[in-house]
Write a protein that binds this ligand. Structure first.
Ligand SMILES: Nc1nc2c(ncn2[C@@H]2O[C@H](COP(=O)(O)OP(=O)(O)OP(=O)(O)O)[C@@H](O)[C@H]2O)c(=O)[nH]1
Ligand SMILES: [Mg+2]
Length: 426
């Protein structure tokens, strides 16, 4: 099944913990610390795959995780790094934080590969914490945390020109006439169910990409029926071709149809109405010259600011002139291609987690954790006198001692901070 949206959970690998161990050699009574570093956790990376055109790979599975780094070993053994997870997506896929809707990555153009979640760094082994005064450090650094978030993937194709209009007006017929694409064409509504891209080659000008999307109906922007689902595919286009059935084969009024669809476009996203819109009255092979003239006049009167073309997608009449006009519009187009900026970096989740937390575990121990504590322990050698004084001052200045007391800590109770365990005394 075609899919241009998917919601998945991604997770980076946790970093492996640093190791605590000491050399054991014959004739050396107390060897130095030789605990190795933990491996780095795997990243989660998004990568454009030009061969893909939808997100159906992500409809069957919910969770995607990189692997964790391994713990460091004795004898300075470095833990194995976790494996990166590379998620392939079609070009034009926008990755958003599902909770906030903010853009994390737009996999388009030059951005062919982006690390979206970084794996945790490997923790340093205790061999790094030896100093002249502290020769047997019993502390090693824990590995950095992993990150897990839910992301919304949305394919917003990169096309220069978008075809819009009611069902059955001949959008797919026009696309197949102009491009190498082979959309299904039939005399019933909603023949086209997926966006289809085609490349229009021009002899004397730059070619362009045209997107055919399923026909729009009234209420589409509110999610009634089809259409709304597909409007996102014209968000990045530069010019819209608004097709109507100029022969009113189904008894529709082209002027009313254009107004209805424009209301849908602006209800969905105001930007869509700012794009240059060329009105194309199709099926002109099916009317008399007088009827054709009358329709053209009606359209001109109702939409004096738009360029209007009459064509027959079947016979090809008027199509060349239309294409020349589209090429001119694109050449005159001054805006940049719409590429979404990153609004949210999942790495920030770690920083936002607060400085530390204090919890009392089942054994009645006061467990103090948090990135700040971890960082402090990483660069402080508590077994040295200087380090210990620094550590005490840190606990006081950060308000940790006060909070421990508020939580009811008594003299002699145990405090646990990652690898460090000590008894509390005032
Ligand atoms: N006479 C005539 N019939 C046309 C012309 N263009 C398309 N048709 C017919 O109109 C019907 C619908 O054409 P499609 O190209 O499938 O229309 P569409 O706009 O893609 O329709 P949906 O995909 O359902 O939204 C088909 O039977 C076409 O053969 C034309 O220029 N003249
Ligand atoms: Mg179609």
């Amino acid at each position: 099944m075609f899919a241009d949206r998917a919601k998945i959970i991604i997770k980076s690998g946790k970093g492996g913990d640093g190791h605590v161990s000491f050399r054991r050699e014959k004739y050396v009574p107390a060897g130095g610390p030789d605990g190795g570093d933990g491996g780095k956790g795997g990243d989660v990376i998004f990568e454009i795959d030009k061969g893909m055109n939808n997100l159906s790979d992500y409809r069957h599975r919910r969770k995607f995780a990189a692997t964790a780094g391994e713990e460091g070993g004795k004898k300075k053994c470095h833990g194995k790094n976790g494996e990166d997870l590379v998620l392939k997506v079609p070009e034009g896929t926008v990755v958003k934080d599902a909770a906030s809707g903010k853009v994390i990555a737009d996999m388009s153009r030059e951005n062919t590969r982006q690390i979206v979640l970084k794996g945790g760094r490997g923790g340093l082994g205790n061999m790094h914490f030896a100093t002249s005064t502290m020769q047997a450090p019993k502390y090693a650094q824990p590995g950095g945390p992993s990150i897990e978030i839910e992301v919304q993937l949305e394919l917003k194709v990169l096309a220069d020109v978008g075809l819009v209009g009611f069902p059955n007006v001949g959008k797919s017929t026009l696309l197949s006439r102009l491009t190498n694409a082979n959309p299904e064409i039939a005399n019933y509504h909603f023949t086209t169910l997926n966006p289809i891209l085609g490349v229009v080659d021009l002899e004397d000008a730059k070619g362009f990409v045209m997107a055919d999307i399923p026909g729009l109906i009234e209420g589409a922007s509110e999610g009634v029926g089809l259409g709304h689902e597909f409007l996102r595919h014209i968000e990045r286009t530069k010019v819209l071709l608004h097709l109507v059935d100029g022969a009113s084969v189904e008894g529709r009024d082209p002027v009313e149809d254009i107004k209805t669809i424009n209301e849908e476009l602006s209800a969905y996203n105001m930007n869509l109405m700012e794009k240059p819109q060329i009105i194309v009255a199709n099926k002109m092979d099916a009317v008399t010259p007088e009827e054709k003239e009358a329709t053209l006049n009606k359209l001109r009167e109702a939409f004096p600011d738009n360029k209007i073309f009459v064509i027959s997608a079947v016979s090809g009449e008027g199509v060349d002139a239309l294409i020349r006009e589209v090429a001119n519009e694109l050449e005159a187009y001054e805006g940049d291609e719409i590429i979404y900026e990153q609004e949210f970096d999942p790495q920030d989740l770690l920083a936002e987690e607060g400085d530390y937390t204090i919890e009392v575990n089942e054994d009645g121990e006061y467990v103090v954790e948090g990135p700040k504590i971890e960082k402090m322990l990483g660069y402080t050698n508590i077994d040295s006198e200087k380090g210990f004084i620094f550590f005490q001052r840190f606990l006081k200045e950060q308000g940790i001692l006060k909070e421990l007391e508020e939580k009811g800590i008594q003299e002699g109770d145990t405090v646990r901070m990652y690898g460090l365990v000590f008894d509390y005394y005032k």
